[in-house]
Design a protein around this ligand. Structure first.
Ligand code: SAM
Ligand code: DTB
Ligand code: SF4
Length: 338
């Protein structure tokens, strides 16, 4: 069994990324098979619960108030709309519902409304995830008490490249929130975006930052940049898809027990590229026709793809509404199938 490591160095990761492609994929698939059923895939559905007008200046994002993407801002959605969307996602076979808000950080008052959403989605029997920007220690604890399963907070890129993409917060701000989430006992979902003009050394450095955390994030989303008109990264050169697959494989090798999610950008990927990502160890996707503000392949398309590849989705089992400790049932749910 591959041991979990937290002591990677930069050169080692660069060497891993530079292996002959077949050797890298073989190694990743071996690690993958030690920890997971290689034909199983976890699905999460996203909903933007508060869209646009964000004060942050993330260079990739349609929702930054400073980016002229033409997106119509929306206020925090009412609870009944969130419940309806979650129920639909559940009925289409998604096991986790992820709610995203375009905030730098939530106010305590808006957090209370999100907590009501988390509790209602849990009552539908789904796992819950939210991504709300920076949190205080106390806010992370409130979310834990509400029964939240996962908090998504991406480091996005390497510490070295970070300031080229975002200037309104620091890499350390991201790490601080992640530490509060971890300390509160919420599962961590953290990854990044590839194809923003970063170098291979930045991709290595981003993976290093994730894998050398005291505990690996349970979920690691790897996004391909979705180029959005009106954002500073609209014109950046495409990343070689092979480099993307290499990064997925390295993530799998470095974080053997984590769910590696092939995230944004799938609508622009060929089926064959996605299949290579699954071979490289990706075992989770965002399911449904929308990500937050952009398109995703849709359940029907994905169902056909999974069928062609002989892959089965993780089912919601014993996570149904109960007043038991949800962290235990969520782990059980996953480990029973991993
Ligand atoms: N505002 C919160 C935050 O930034 O933490 C939560 C929502 S934010 C949209 C969630 C994540 O989506 C970002 O951290 C980024 O990694 C990813 N993302 C946003 N826009 C993207 C794009 N155009 N292409 C790929 N990933 C993107
Ligand atoms: C993540 O890593 N990717 C998701 C989720 N976490 C919140 C968001 C992708 C957003 C893609 C662009 C959009 O739809 O606005
Ligand atoms: Fe705001 Fe999040 Fe978009 Fe950055 S990524 S502009 S914080 S919504």
């Amino acid at each position: 069994m591959t041991a979990l490591r937290h002591d990677w160095n930069q050169q080692e990761v660069q060497n891993l990324l530079a292996l002959p492609f077949n050797d890298l994929l073989f190694a990743a698939q071996q690690v993958h098979r030690e920890h997971f059923d290689p034909n199983q895939i976890q699905t999460s559905t996203l909903l933007s619960i508060k869209t646009g007008a964000c004060p942050e200046d993330c260079g990739y994002c349609s929702q930054s108030a400073g980016n002229d993407s033409g997106l119509e801002p929306e206020r925090l959605l009412p609870l009944d709309e969130v419940i309806a969307a979650a129920r639909e996602a559940r009925d289409k076979g998604s096991s986790r519902f992820c709610m995203g808000a375009a905030w730098r950080n939530p106010t305590d008052k808006s957090l209370q409304r999100v907590i009501e959403m988390v509790q209602a989605v849990k009552d539908l029997g789904m796992q819950t995830c939210v991504t709300l920007g920076m949190l205080t220690e106390a806010q992370a604890q409130r979310l834990k008490q509400a029964g939240l399963d996962y908090y998504n907070h991406n480091i996005d890129t390497s510490p070295e490249f970070y300031g080229h993409v975002i200037t309104t917060r620091t890499f350390q701000d991201r790490l601080d929130t992640l530490a509060y989430v971890r300390a509160a006992g919420i599962k961590v979902c953290s990854g990044g975006i590839l194809g923003m003009g970063e170098k291979a050394t930045d991709r290595a450095s981003m993976l290093l930052a994730l894998a050398n955390m005291p505990q690996h994030p349970e979920s690691v989303p790897i996004n391909m940049l979705v180029k959005i008109e009106g954002t500073p990264l609209q014109q950046v050169d495409d990343l070689d898809p092979i480099e993307f697959v290499r990064t997925v494989a390295a993530a799998r090798i470095m974080m053997p027990e984590s769910w590696v999610r092939l995230s944004a950008g799938r609508s622009d990927m060929s089926d064959e590229m996605q299949a290579l990502c699954f071979l490289a160890g990706a075992n989770s996707v965002f399911y449904g026709e929308r990500l937050l503000t952009t398109d995703n392949p849709g359940e029907n398309y994905d169902e056909r793809l999974f069928q062609r590849l002989g892959m089965k989705t993780v089912q919601i089992t014993e996570t149904a509404a109960c007043d038991c400790d949800n962290s235990a049932t969520a782990t059980q749910d996953i480990s029973a199938t991993a």
